[in-house]
Design a protein around this ligand. Structure first.
Ligand code: NAD
Length: 259
């Protein structure tokens, strides 16, 4: 394996879920740019492979892994595959997630939610993060440490209308992040969350069509964020420069929740 150029994550191996699209893809490219070897995991192997090709085109090293974060055996195998590829696991970005419109529940009030959609949202967005985290911790504790970032949302800090299960899942991710930070600090493992505002990815296309003007209107910077702007925060939290940062939820939202 060739030595990567000087970067914030030089010589580190990183695992990213949801790496085929949006924030996860941008993070995979940013991690590689900063010198990390990247395991790009996603539900669709083809999508993860496209991210790997983009990393290789910029001179980085990466492998693609198919995973469904609702399947614990698949999550365990994903971590094993990343370790097999790069000899260890230093950083993990648990980012795979779904939005209410993907469960046909966008705009549905809390009391009118159907249980299957409620359960599916929590299974992917919250329990999925926990499954990834526990297998990553199992590996990292054998190495004496590591850094994990979970994708929450501004919907982990405030609520939005008609997004009950999503809001609950993201509040849960922040709670999980704090609990894991406390439980594993003694093992040298830092655990943080990133809370993106409205970011230009396939996930927000539906919301922006319906409520875009209002959302931009109350965002201090007057625009949506770019996935690369979330990736910057995640890279930093995974790097040694964030050595005293754990249990935090970092808001990157253009000022949306400052209002
Ligand atoms: P996206 O739809 O572009 O990407 C999500 C990726 O997750 C997709 O590639 C998808 O295949 C993958 N995925 C979905 N279910 C999966 C599963 N069961 N197993 C493995 N992979 C799965 O969306 P995005 O905007 O990049 O979202 C990434 C994360 O950021 C999500 O957790 C989302 O909730 C969160 N987030 C997004 C925004 C935003 O404005 N885009 C804001 C706050 C938080």
């Amino acid at each position: 394996m060739t030595t990567p150029r000087k970067g914030m994550l030089d010589g580190k191996s990183a695992l990213i879920t949801g790496a085929a699209s949006g924030i996860g893809r941008a993070a995979a490219l940013a991690f590689a740019r900063e010198g990390a070897w990247v395991a790009a995991a996603d539900l669709t192997l083809e999508g993860a492979q496209r991210t790997v090709a983009a990393i290789e085109a910029q001179g980085g090293e990466a492998v693609a892994i198919a995973v469904d974060v609702t399947d614990d055996a698949a999550v365990k195998a994903m971590v094993a595959a990343a370790v097999a590829a790069f000899g260890g696991l230093d950083c993990a970005f648990n980012n795979a997630g779904i939005a209410p419109y993907q469960l046909n529940s966008a705009g549905v009030p809390v009391a009118d939610m159907e249980e299957p959609a409620w359960a599916r949202m929590l299974d992917v967005n919250l329990t999925g993060v926990w499954r990834c985290l526990r297998h990553e911790v199992a590996q990292m504790r054998t190495q004496g440490g590591g850094a994990i970032v979970n994708t929450a949302s501004i919907m982990g800090l405030v609520a939005g209308p008609g997004a009950a299960a999503y809001v609950v899942s993201k509040h849960g991710v922040i709670g999980l992040t704090k609990a894991a930070a406390l439980d594993h600090a003694g093992e040298g493992i830092r655990v943080n969350a990133v809370c993106p505002g409205y970011i230009e990815t396939p996930m927000t296309e539906d919301t922006m069509r319906r409520r875009g003007e209002r959302i931009i209107g109350r965002t201090a910077l007057g625009r949506m964020g770019k996935p690369e702007e979330i990736a910057e925060a995640v890279v930093w939290m995974c790097s040694d420069r964030a050595s005293f940062v754990t249990g935090s939820a970092w808001t990157v939202d253009g000022g949306y929740t400052a209002l």
